[in-house]
Design a protein around this ligand. Structure first.
Ligand code: PLP
Length: 406
């Protein structure tokens, strides 16, 4: 939610930029801490969602671990002060170089995604005279009921070991004397809002845990991955994800053994609501059946709509300001919240597009907005996760910058 002071501040800045609400991020982290502490759950932050320095500093300062998916992320996690005993490293294609560097850094655990990878990590660890701690990422074939572009736990997906390969995993683990088996790992997808999905995951995890016990392998760590979704349609009503319900589902449905650690890896739910992409209207172009708002931000700044058909709320902050002035004579000077729910102004449907030379460079079609003009500030909400991190230099564009709440 933006007020007249934010508008004034934004008007003086060059667009496009990401605007980070560090206050909301802090509150979100506290909410997650409190909800997970209730059950002694361990939470790692999935760095790939957002590795902006200020974000990493704040997440680290709240005591979370780091979930990394590349050697670069492992390196950054250490650099930003994450405790190496809280760093996990997943990824379907870890290179030898990445594995060696992670071994040198003595991370907590490799989440291993194939039988072949087990052998490679074992050999590399042996060469260093080290023990590598591993968890097996299992593909549980549980449907995440999310967009198929961000589903990871079905047999058709490339991630993890399939259940029919588990006997081979046990054989490999028994042969590999430079590996220490910690437990099992899952990550079935992203933007999951249906808690039934996690309940189904728990049922599968309980079965698999029993299978490992029956095969002589005790499990110290159950890692359930991440995926908790946020409300992209109502960012103001639901600025903080439902960590309470999320952790409760696992507490209620997982068969947790004495002294067993339960770990999670949350990315999106930490950061999504804490940032918006701010841009300006460059041109208003009227087509035959369509009106286009051409922004100075595009898929080079936020690719989620183009890559995943993702939905983002889009607001015209300048129009909100004009509406406010018109109706105004704002009675309550302190509150002063900008609103778009005004009948005073004509609303028009626009396809909100970027400047990139690709037809898919469209944030959303038929967005109903107050009449908009060149120079208006457009806010694209809930852009904190998988936003700035996916920015690219395509079309030789300048790298998007970031601005922080005061
Ligand atoms: C991306 C990822 C996560 C985080 O997913 P979110 O949907 O952002 O919570 C967790 N674990 C692994 C292995 C991942 O690749």
């Amino acid at each position: 939610m933006f007020n007249i002071h934010t508008l004034t501040r934004f008007q003086q800045l060059e667009t496009p930029f990401y605007y980070y609400d560090l206050n909301l991020l802090g509150k979100t982290l506290e909410s997650c801490s409190a909800a997970s502490a209730k059950y002694n759950f361990h939470v790692h932050y999935a760095m790939k969602a957002n590795f902006n320095p200020k974000v990493l500093e704040l997440v680290q300062s709240h005591g979370f671990g780091a979930d990394c998916v590349s050697g670069g992320e492992v390196k950054a996690a250490i650099q930003y002060g994450f405790d190496k005993s809280k760093i996990v490293f997943a990824g379907v294609g870890k290179s030898d170089k990445e594995i060696n560097e992670a071994l040198d850094r003595d991370i907590f655990c490799f989440n291993v995604e194939s039988v072949q990878e087990l052998g490679i990590i074992n050999n590399l660890a042996k060469a260093k005279n080290k023990m590598a701690s591993v968890a097996i990422r299992i593909n549980p074939n549980v449907d995440a009921h999310t967009h198929h572009f961000i589903t990871t736990g079905l047999e058709e997906n490339k991630f993890g070991v399939n259940t029919w390969e588990l006997p081979a995993v046990v054989d490999a683990l028994k042969k590999c004397d430079s590996l220490e088996f910690l437990g099992i790992h899952f990550h079935i997808g992203s933007q999951i809002t249906d808690m039934e999905v996690y309940k189904n995951l728990c049922i599968k995890v309980n079965e698999l845990q029993q299978w490992f016990l029956d095969n002589g392998l005790a499990i110290k760590v159950l890692n359930l991955g991440g995926g908790l979704g946020v409300d992209y349609h109502n960012p103001d009503e639901n600025p903080i994800g439902d960590f309470e319900s999320y952790f409760k589902v696992f507490h209620d449905n997982l068969d947790i053994k004495p002294n067993q650690e339960v770990h999670f890896e949350l990315g999106r739910a930490f950061v999504a609501q804490s940032a918006s992409l701010i841009s300006r209207v460059l041109y208003v172009k009227n087509g035959i059946n369509k009106n286009f708002l051409i922004l100075d931000a595009g898929m080079t700044e936020l690719i989620r709509p183009m890559l995943y058909q993702a939905y983002h709320e889009i607001e015209n902050l300048s129009a909100a300001g004009r509406i406010e002035n018109q109706e105004s004579r704002i009675k309550n000077e302190e509150k002063n919240i900008l609103t778009l729910d005004s009948g005073l102004f004509t609303r028009t449907k626009y396809d909100v597009v970027g400047p990139i030379c690709e037809s898919t460079d469209c944030f959303r079609k038929d967005v109903e907005l107050p009449e908009s003009f060149r120079g208006d500030l457009i806010v694209i909400r809930t852009a904190g996760a998988y936003g700035e991190v996916m920015a690219s230099g395509y079309n030789l564009r300048d790298r998007v910058t970031s601005v922080y709440s005061e």
